[in-house]
Design a protein around this ligand. Sequence first.
Ligand code: AGP
Length: 622
Amino acid sequence: MCGIFGRVSTKDVVPSVVAGLRQLDYRGYDSVGVAFLRPEGMYLLRNVGPAVDLERRLQLKGFPTSTCGIGHTRWATHGGVSERNAHPHLSSNERVAVVHNGTIENYQRLRTELIALGHVFRSDTDTEVIPNLVQRALEHGAASLEDAVAEATSHIHGAYAVAVISIDHPNVIVAARNSSPLVAGMCTDGGVLLASDEAAIADLAGSILRLGDNEIITLRIQDGLTIRGQDKRATLARLQQPSVRAEDVALGDFETRMAQEIFTQPLSLAATIRSRVNPKDHSVRLGGIERVLQRVSDCRGITIVACGTSYYAALAGARLIESLARMPVHVKEASEFAYSDPILGYQDVVIGVSQSGETMDVIKALELAKVRGALVLGITNTNASAIARMVSAGVYLRVGPEFAVASTKAFSGQVTVFAMLAALLAEAGKRGVPTKTWSLIDDISRIPELVDETLLTHETVTRIARTYAHCKRMLFLGKGYGLPLALEGALKVTEIAYIDATAYGAGQLKHGPIALIEPGVPVVVIVPNDATLRTKVLSSVHEVYSRGGSVIAVASDAVMAGEDGQTITDTSAEVIVVPYVKDELAPVVYAPVVQMLALGLAEALGRNVDQPRNLAKSVTVE
Ligand code: AGP
């Protein structure tokens, strides 16, 4: 995924375009670029590296001034990471500049045709066909830049969000989208702007307009925003209050986004459960799915599709629904499900889980589920995202915008939503054991305070992270509800510390992974609170201990003993003591431990925590 920003104003827009790109950095940071309309022509600057590097170059060159400009942060798909592949891309005659998110599926054919017509290509990207198609439309009688963009986009297939400027059309930006998100806004201090992400315009926009698929919008100083084919009044009627506030995107006193998102989980999870859970009468209310609740409760089975962290949250969610509501639930990797031949029909429910609501693999999986007639629901964090728009009903996480590439508060929010959903389905279907459901509801209402308590382990976890930062591999073990958390912990460590971390079910250890245990190998073990499961996990701990592995136990009691009478402290190199909670909510309440461990390891190794190599916040391509 990449980021788009654009602004037109009577005042200089250059500082706000650069600030917007810094805000969008998390969407892709391998290269960044800007194009501004200047009286003497098109000003273009592109740079490999994050937005702050581009800003430094602009400073060295002397900031230009301009009243109209576009910018882009890139996560490479077509074409390697280089200045010439960075956006904006220019048309052959260098009079049109374009920034683009998404993938143009038919670009090879278009490129060949345009080259045959004399157009010159300077990059390896699919994007470059767009400015050339716009140039061609302008040369062949398009009456306006808007008409030219309409003509150009009629030739392209695929998912896209584009913003276009031309030196022949001063103070105008034309933007179009299909599948990739794009939001326009009216600035509180005058002018109009657009971005691929509402968070990027939170401090500037007084009102916003979310562009629909296949819509084209023109941004002008004189008459603000106009959607092609709609009169001015219809466009204005679509303006909404922004759903992201400036304070939601502020970093505050934290050094990194990831740290901020980990340590504010008590607050974000309080928002997830607010007005949804009432421990007094043991009730749960999820307004977004009320309309379809009966159909979900009566369904033949639930399939959950997701990727990465959301997939691990879904594994915990499936266990919660099966155990509480006694309904069959399957979890599928969205990228596999989308190209499988699932047995699905009207009696089935498919839930897409995605923090961003933009992950293309999940979108494709949900499209297939829709074609097969299933009821399609969404659990996402992003209002009006592609997934939020395509589902019949859903639940928002409400944890606030998540910027760090490594997902943290979204994971705990997703499992919390699944816990609420499980309780709701148990009650709606009159299934399961009521006292078990009520007790879960009580526990859900205590999540914020329990997570707060877990965060108190910060110093211990950071010390442990420093001790093991130079290990060459790390293992995570879990059982029952601990397994999804172990998987999530291994993913966190892999993606931001670049340590080869793998998670296994504790019982799986002896079937192969035990070969990896040698003196000093750190093995993080999520110890269950359920007595039966705990005994099994403690015997895995013993297996690691007796082969010299260094067990890092996450346990609610440091003196819990296994069948041999040895306590967890006897057999572990480290014990991180966390608050007691029933295992159902362990993935939420103990999540901060694995998140802080990954953060501590990455910091000890000097990694760029918020911008790990090769990654982007969400993956909008397959
Ligand atoms: C998590 O830390 C990852 N960066 C990644 O696995 C992510 O969870 C995955 O790409 C899914 O994203 P989504 O929740 O926005 O769909």
